[in-house]
Write a protein that binds this ligand. Structure first.
Ligand code: NAD
Length: 242
């Protein structure tokens, strides 16, 4: 049975992806940093419907957290076949108000976590000559968002990391791809008022916000064994926004 590690999967896009992969028969490693109650509720939901899962607390922005996550995953289920680098943070702030700490935290969580988890996942994937890595970027990493310069820059870095790593590990049967979601209805956007959310939905050509399931289905497509000729790509799941 295949095993998937999904970072930051207690809620939002990560939780929908965990639930979908459990339905598909994967062993699921749920990861959370602070959202313990949500992670345990998801774990209960998956195991109650006959799925196999564990929940691991780990701050993946630190290498020690990523190592702990993969140690526990391996102990429970053996080698990891699919890694979904989903954990992320966002912040709306004028460029001139962004502090050095804001910038560093943004890059630690959104980019360094991917470096950390890929370093932990790849030795086994290279050994087994198989792996699927899916990194969650953002459409703002493609076009840039005003008042989110550090977020946009971090998500652009995810795309660059994906393209380069894809070339390096392709000979080992491992694909590395990105998803660039548009505006998705998750707790990440709870800071926006209703007017802004409605405006974003109207600006989206399909006329609605995306759902976590919209993104989860794209992750599953890229994680499929048969998607072996797709690598280094950035797949927009944005309702036509860009
Ligand atoms: P979310 O805030 O619901 O989920 C993010 C999860 O990551 C949270 O559970 C959070 O606790 C976790 N996390 C944060 N820092 C962590 C750390 N150091 N270690 C482990 N977990 C950590 O938001 P979401 O919308 O589900 O976001 C998932 C991903 O999708 C993020 O990378 C986000 O940037 C990206 N994204 C979201 C949208 C959107 O509109 N919601 C759009 C584009 C991209």
């Amino acid at each position: 049975m295949s095993t998937v590690v999904i970072t930051g999967s207690a809620r939002g896009i990560g939780a929908a992806t965990a639930a979908l992969f459990a339905d598909m028969g994967f062993n699921v490693v749920i990861n959370y940093n602070t959202s313990e109650a949500d992670a345990l509720a998801l774990l209960d939901k998956i195991t109650a419907s006959g799925g196999k899962a564990i929940a691991v607390q780990a701050d993946v922005s630190q290498m020690s957290g990523a190592r702990l996550l993969f140690d526990k995953a391996k102990k429970a289920f053996g080698a990891v076949d699919v890694l979904v680098n989903n954990a992320g943070i966002a912040q709306q702030r004028l460029f001139t108000d962004i502090t050095e700490e804001d910038y560093d935290r943004m890059f630690d969580v959104n980019v360094k976590s991917i470096f950390n988890c890929c370093q932990c996942a790849l030795p086994d994937m290279i050994h087994s000559k198989y792996g699927r890595i899916i990194n969650i970027s953002s459409m703002w990493g493609v076009v840039g968002a005003s008042c989110e310069v550090h977020y946009s820059a971090s998500k652009a870095a995810v795309i660059g990391l994906t393209k380069a790593l894809a070339r390096e590990v392709a000979p080992s049967g491992i694909t590395v791809n990105c998803i660039a979601p548009g505006v998705i209805d998750t707790p990440m956007n709870k800071g926006f008022d209703e007017e802004t959310i409605n405006a974003l939905a109207q600006e989206t050509p399909v006329g609605r916000l995306g759902t976590p399931d919209d993104v989860a289905r794209a992750v599953a497509f890229l994680a499929d064994e048969k998607s072996s000729f797709i690598t280094g790509q950035t797949l927009g799941i944005d309702g036509g926004f860009i």
